[in-house]
Design a protein around this ligand. Structure first.
Ligand code: TTP
Ligand code: MG
Length: 358
């Protein structure tokens, strides 16, 4: 067992909802849900005040309202969440470059070798929490342990504003008592299956052989077998190859004419080209995203035979997507352009379009 690593997992508390309560004092202390206010919308998350009523992520708005009649629905502001995400990632990098973000509000940090040599991992986690709070006025929860599995589980143990440490010497007992629903990597369906054969916690899981678990749950069976024993050798992956480059803009006024949309496409293609130049990369698949004023999202993609390496090619491709067979109509509140099937990614995996060049 590699018990010499030091890994911290950080997860922001009720992320979108906390940002909304931070920016609008009238929402503080109140049950709010972000998203879910439209006719068929679902919530993205809920404030802790709303969770007390049973409101959760991905819940239809009408159901949330039924559980909590006082519930206030707030529209999401993704630009702000992304900005906070950038801020917290910059803070992580003050401590280590080995940062693996899992989503906007969550990341693993390997602090075995770190930039603040005098701090032990637990104090570092405390310091990160403090820095995040100072800079964003938001709380997060931290988990500290010797592997990803335990750091992730630990960060969820004392939410909100928690700091939980699982030392190697205590790991076996900790996992033994850990309810199977709280195992990172065990989804709802698997948890149900496990319970049906009497596996309710880590200790129960240890009673089954690796062979049996693989037979029953497929490849993840081996993972379950190992983590039940505190074995998780997965490294924090700092350099996951970028899969796409994208830009999007929420418009000040809804667009409702083809001309206005084309002008926006010109702007977006320019912005995207700038980003591509910075990344020294290009790609073959272009995706246009459009959000209407009633928050419906439509995407259109096309994969081209050649890489879109210059402004003209990019613009031409984007306009083709816009003008496609079925015209985009109605009021548009956001447009975005993303390029994927990236040249560098292909180069990394050993495939390239050299052949098509000749
Ligand atoms: P989470 O970290 O899963 O949830 P949370 O930060 O809101 O709450 P917790 O304190 O339990 O960590 O997700 C982070 C954000 O991602 C969340 O604020 C909203 C968004 N999200 C969705 O849009 N849809 C979803 O189904 C989930 C789970 C999250
Ligand atoms: Mg969170």
């Amino acid at each position: 067992m590699n018990s010499t690593r030091k890994i911290i997992h950080i997860d922001m508390d009720a992320f979108y909802a906390s940002v909304e309560q931070r920016d609008n004092p009238e929402l503080r202390g109140k049950p709010i849900a972000v998203g879910g206010g439209s006719k068929r919308g679902v919530t993205t998350t809920a404030s802790y005040e709303a969770r007390a009523f049973g409101v959760r992520s991905a819940m239809p708005g009408f159901k949330a309202k039924r559980l909590c009649p006082e519930l206030i629905f707030v529209s999401p502001r993704f630009d702000v969440y992304k900005e906070v995400s950038r801020q917290i990632r910059a803070i992580f990098r003050e401590f280590t470059d080995v940062v693996e973000p899992l989503s906007l509000d969550e990341a693993f940090l390997d602090v075995t070798d770190n930039k603040s040599n005098d701090l032990v991992a637990t104090r570092m986690a405390r310091e990160i929490k403090d820095r995040i709070y100072q800079q964003t006025q938001l709380t997060c929860s931290a988990g500290v342990s010797y592997c990803k599995f335990l750091a992730k589980v630990a960060s969820g143990m004392n939410k909100p504003d928690g700091l939980t440490v699982v030392k190697p010497a205590h790991a076996f007992e900790f996992i033994g008592n850990l309810p199977i629903d709280q195992f990172f990597g065990v989804g709802k369906v698997t948890a149900q299956k496990m319970k049906s054969i009497g596996i309710h916690n880590g200790a129960d899981l240890r009673k089954w052989s690796k062979k049996y678990l693989i037979q029953r749950f497929g490849k993840p069976g081996a993972f379950f077998y190992n983590v039940a024993r505190g074995i998780d050798e997965r490294a924090v992956q700092p350099d996951r190859t970028r899969k796409s480059i994208g830009v999007e803009r929420t418009l000040e006024n809804d667009l409702d004419s083809v001309d206005a949309m084309e002008r926006e496409i010109h702007r977006l293609a320019g912005m995207l080209m700038d980003r591509m130049e910075k990344a020294s990369d290009s790609g073959r698949t272009l995706t246009l995203k459009v959000k209407s004023s009633d928050f419906k999202i439509l995407t259109r993609s096309r994969t081209f035979a050649h890489y879109l390496r210059d402004r003209e090619a990019l613009l031409k491709g984007a306009l083709t997507l816009l003008r496609d067979n079925t015209p985009i109509s109605g009021k548009i509140r956001l447009m975005g352009l993303t390029i994927s099937n990236l040249e560098r990614e292909q180069a990394c995996s050993g495939k390239s379009d050299q052949m098509t060049l000749f």
